[in-house]
Ligand binder design. Structure first.
Ligand SMILES: [Zn+2]
Length: 748
């Protein structure tokens, strides 16, 4: 913040505190009848408006607490929110205890009674998901056995804690509709003697839910220090039963009698651990680039539907260009906008790579010198902004997942699996060899390139990016589970769930294991399941199709349309962890993020050259014997074939050349085996070239179709962008005009 902004903030704060005081006095006068409060319609959680409770306004120069006994007028609240964003003021500054993140263990949660084991106290966690069927061990809430006012869910914070608020949500279920409408809160230091939370002289009644999925925040009238807290339902949905999912807000306070008190761990990497909205993200990326201008470059691959840019940060010792033989790697995060951890980890990674490179960290220097790394922190920025506005606890489970147009980007890529499988089947019935059917570089279907195809601008941008850069390895960062999935994501014959391996199954399993076994949470044998699926029994890795089928996924497209191998990492049980969880999540994922990037240096690599001219041959096919997935060489004739250790027979051919064969051995060491090829032109080709006026080598049909479809996709994208850009530019121009007019007025 500049000095000017700071003094503006100070001034605004001073006025605001005066204004708030006056408004609150008004509000207090107006709401003497508490019942009228209860009867009024509950607000949607998204407004993040304290219904009643304490509002703490803290700045460097002043700290005031306000007891809010009525809702703030919405204009006032909006002003407060805007102002607090600018000046860094927090409305409810105690973090969640971690019912959602699982920081709070099952043993810390108890209940008066429960309907059955699957609806036990340990299921009363914000955003916990039930399986498809109700009635197993993993249902979507805590539900009480009895329908009376004596039921409670109790959380032991383990330490003396200043409790500030409760977030409540109904039951997650396709079949049942249950939620708590109002509740009381009790506090205790010993779990024996309980004190009900008061609002003045009366017991405070908190507003709960009107919907099963929307979380509702209530702040305690007075933040209170205790060790235990109980949520005590008073009324609930009339046709349902007492069910809830909760999160508790509280700050641990110093307890001099507890010598075992956890010390605030100071994390080694002092990175910018907070949630970055679009503007903050841009600022952070720029600051990393300013810090490390020689090894970074920021570029954009396109725009979201709302016009936000899809920024990429590149790390390389020669940013901006592909170096012959150097593999290209990418991380893509935020494809589902509300799965916010990946975005922050990628931003952390940028800062970390830059700083460690400057410090002379040998591992990082090697990685950056030998690899070209591309980091896309936010593939769906529109979705993220929606979730960010609601905040980490109140965004619920799905707000912001989709693009602005409501498209799930991970289902939006062309389904090449079925095109390939159908072609293989046709080949089999015609008694042709199955191996003659292309198993890679499959062109996208014609319909997909049309202007009216339901293809999101974000997807179009990523496809274009994938074709421009010869990526070798990638991971797609998601959230909401703890598991690494590998392709195929789409099952054959529309089976809802079926193990559907690729020809590179062994290597994909290796890749997934590399991430999962180094992730500190996944690899912890004592961890509990996130929601209802036990991935630990599969060592935290699973074939995408074996989990649930996803036609049109980015992983499958990447594998079948380009040379790039990609897995999906589900980073945490909580899709949008509270900012206070970010340092520990960085520690949990740091080694995994680094060691996964290093896997791009496995298998074999080399350059395919023309024997006579020594020039690199692009688009040559690299075939591993007995392996139904080929790879093509890049522009300069360089190629990378990811493979597990072993001995391989490699055949290489290109249009107009005699094929060439070599045996290449891949060792256990984490660097690739060099395997170059030189190809000899066929006599026919030599003749053709002599005759041809333009020396351009004709490509095979598959490549021609593939290039043509990309051209069409680009053309239709351009038209769509122009249509969208028009109104946006006009709006911008109108704004500028207004500003200019206003400026003119003042000058006059
Ligand atoms: Zn996701």
């Amino acid at each position: 913040m500049t000095g000017m902004e700071k003094s503006l903030c100070t001034l605004a704060a001073a006025f605001f505190l005066l204004y708030l005081n006056a408004a609150l006095i008004q509000a207090q006068k107006a709401s003497t009848d508490r019942n009228s409060l209860l009867k009024s319609t509950p607000r949607p959680a998204s407004s993040f408006r304290p219904t009643k409770g304490t509002l703490t306004v803290t700045t460097k120069f002043k700290s005031r607490k306000f007891i809010v006994i009525d809702r703030l007028p919405s204009t006032l609240f909006k002003k407060l929110a805007d102002w607090s964003n600018v000046c860094g003021v927090h409305l409810a500054d105690c973090p969640p205890l971690g019912l959602e993140s699982l920081r709070v263990h099952d043993s810390q949660i108890r209940a008066s009674s429960s309907l059955r084991t699957g609806l036990g106290a340990h299921r009363g966690r914000l955003n916990i998901q039930s399986g498809i069927e109700d009635g197993d061990r993993y249902d979507g809430a805590w539900c009480a056995r009895h329908k009376d006012k004596n039921q409670w869910l109790e959380v032991d914070a383990l330490h003396l804690t200043k409790f500030t608020g409760v977030i409540l949500q109904g039951r997650n279920s396709i079949w049942s509709w249950d939620f708590v409408e109002t509740y009381k809160v009790q506090l205790s230091n010993d779990s024996v003697k309980w004190q009900t939370c008061m609002n003045g002289t009366e017991e405070a009644i908190f507003i709960g839910n009107q919907h099963t999925e929307i979380p509702v925040l209530a702040l305690l009238p007075v933040p209170t220090v205790a060790r235990y807290i109980r949520i005590n339902p008073q009324t609930w949905y009339s046709n349902g039963t007492i069910c809830l999912r909760a999160e508790i807000l509280g700050c641990q306070v110093q307890d001099p009698s507890n010598i075992y008190a956890e010390e605030d761990s100071d994390y080694k990497d002092n990175l910018d651990f907070r949630h970055h909205n679009y503007k903050d993200m841009r600022t952070l990326m720029k600051s990393v680039h300013d810090e490390c201008p020689n090894i970074t470059r920021i570029y954009t691959i396109g725009r979201s539907y709302q016009g936000l840019k899809l920024y990429v940060m590149e790390f390389s010792d020669n940013p901006g260009k592909h170096e012959l033989g150097e593999p290209e790697f990418r991380y893509v995060a935020g494809m589902h906008g509300n799965e916010a951890l990946g975005r922050e980890l990628v931003l952390n990674l940028m800062q970390y790579l830059c700083r460690e490179f400057k410090k002379g960290n040998q591992r990082i220097a090697r990685l950056i010198t030998e690899t070209r790394i591309h980091l896309l922190p936010s593939m769906n920025p529109d979705g993220y902004e929606e979730a960010y506005k609601k905040g980490s606890e109140l965004a619920g489970w799905a707000d912001g997942r989709y693009s602005y147009e409501g498209i799930d980007l991970n289902h939006n890529f062309p389904d090449l699996n079925n095109i390939m499988w159908n072609a293989q089947e046709r080949a089999l019935t015609k008694a042709q060899e199955k191996s003659k059917v292309p198993n890679h570089y499959i062109p996208m279907p014609e319909y997909y390139t049309k202007e009216d195809a339901m293809v999101a601008p974000e997807t179009r941008a990523v496809i274009n990016w994938m074709e421009e850069i010869p990526f070798v390895l990638s991971a797609n960062l998601h959230g909401g589970e703890l598991v690494v999935t590998y392709p195929f994501d789409c099952t054959r014959d529309w089976a809802p769930q079926e193990d559907t391996p690729t020809a590179d199954n062994a290597f994909f399993r290796w890749l997934a294991s590399v991430y999962a076994s180094t992730n500190l949470v996944m690899s912890n044998p004592d961890r509990r399941v996130c929601h209802y699926e036990n991935f630990q029994q599969h060592n935290n890795i699973i074939n995408g199709g074996a989990w649930h089928t996803v036609p049109g996924s980015m992983n499958d497209f990447s594998y079948l349309h380009t040379n790039c191998f990609e897995v999906t990492v589900e980073l945490s049980c909580d899709k949008f962890p509270h900012a206070s969880e970010l340092p520990i999540e960085w520690e949990n994922n740091k080694e995994s993020l680094l060691v996964y990037m290093e896997q791009v240096h496995r298998g074999i690599k080399g350059v395919i050259r023309d024997k006579q001219t020594r020039k690199g041959i692009p688009d040559a096919i690299i075939k591993v014997d007995d392996h139904e997935h080929d790879i093509r060489s890049a522009e300069g004739g360089d190629y990378w074939r990811l493979l597990n250790p072993g001995e391989y027979k490699i055949v290489v051919w290109a249009v107009g050349y005699f094929p060439s064969m070599r045996r290449c051995t891949v060792g256990m060491e984490p660097h690739p085996t060099l395997c170059d090829f030189t190809l000899t032109k066929t006599p026919a080709e030599v003749l053709k070239q002599i005759r041809a006026k333009s020396g351009k080598i004709p490509q095979d049909i598959q490549l021609r179709v593939r290039a043509l479809r990309l051209k069409k996709l680009r053309a239709s994208t351009k038209v769509i962008n122009q249509k969208r850009e028009g109104p946006r530019l006009r709006q911008k121009a109108r704004k500028l005009n207004r500003k200019a007019r206003a400026a003119g007025f003042w000058r006059a």
